[in-house]
Design a protein around this ligand. Sequence first.
Ligand code: UD1
Length: 340
Amino acid sequence: MKILITGGLGYIGSHVATLLLQNGVDVVVVDNLENSRIQVLDGITSITGSAPVFKKLDVGNETQMDELFTEHPDIEGVIHFAAYKSVGESVSEPLRYYKNNLGGLNQLLKHSINKTIPFIFSSSCTVYGQSENLPISEDEPLKPATSPYGNTKKIGEQIIQDCCKAHPDFSTILLRYFNPVGAHDSAKIGEYPVGVPQNLVPFLTQTVKGIRPVLKVFGSSYDTPDGTCIRDYIHVMDLAQAHVDSLNYLLNKQNSESCEVYNVGTGNGVSVLELIQMFENATGKKVSYELSEPRTGDTIAAYADVSKIEREIGWKARYSLEEALSSAWKWEEMLHKKLE
Ligand code: UD1
């Protein structure tokens, strides 16, 4: 079986590619390398002992995408990650975000619908905004997006749902990720941010490594037990497994008609200060941090109700947050050694 992974050299895509290769699946990775690095291919190959087919291309480029599907007529499923993901950047460059994130999706849907092959979309818990209810179930009403990035996820979901209505034999799963953290157990692949990291865990590990002077905790007087924001941090290995299980679910379904949405998280809410404490306990390293002003647009608390994916797909997170944070630290150290 051959599966196409777009953005397959990115953080989550590379872990999914690795897992599929380890399951004996032929993987075609496409990536434009704008926010990823070609060395990730070596990491994947070194873990799995086999290299995926790799093509550097832009998923929004119609000619290149048509050529890709002509070259690989036996692609049996698509997992689509290729997209820009910086909230702040999307606010200053909205058109670039809408063009890239929605143009690419359009191309992939066209081919997936033509071939009637399963399609998995990487969405985000950002579509819920600040939910009235916790934990957040998939039935929770969606909030207006607070950034063009968030809007591309919301509109992307809507486009896919419209396609499902128009093409009843098209089957797709939208995965709404909570906060992915950690790295592959081998520390050969992990999060490899280009520039200053925006997300908590890569910023934290770079601070401990001495690359950043101090970690700013954004907001300490929120209405939460310790005043800091609460999130649902999910190990990237668990998240990768959720994609493989979702793909198998779609491939094995008798009745292919399906357009389902699933949360992917652990179900546990953890505050920023709790996460710092867990990191220190798990690694024995001290984190230099200071309480700081809130970050504009931050959600106060978000954690998932994961009962739907467990019930319907049979997926459940297996790793602890301590294991995820240890792996993030192991990766940070490995990365540093490689660059020295
Ligand atoms: C962010 C995006 C979200 C996106 C997700 C992808 C924002 C507002 N949201 O989620 O749309 O889907 O990344 O991974 O950017 N924090 C600090 N100090 C830091 C960095 C973060 O205290 O230097 C705090 C944040 O305030 C937040 C928590 O850590 O409470 C997690 O932040 P982050 O990793 O950026 O993820 P989200 O904001 O949840």
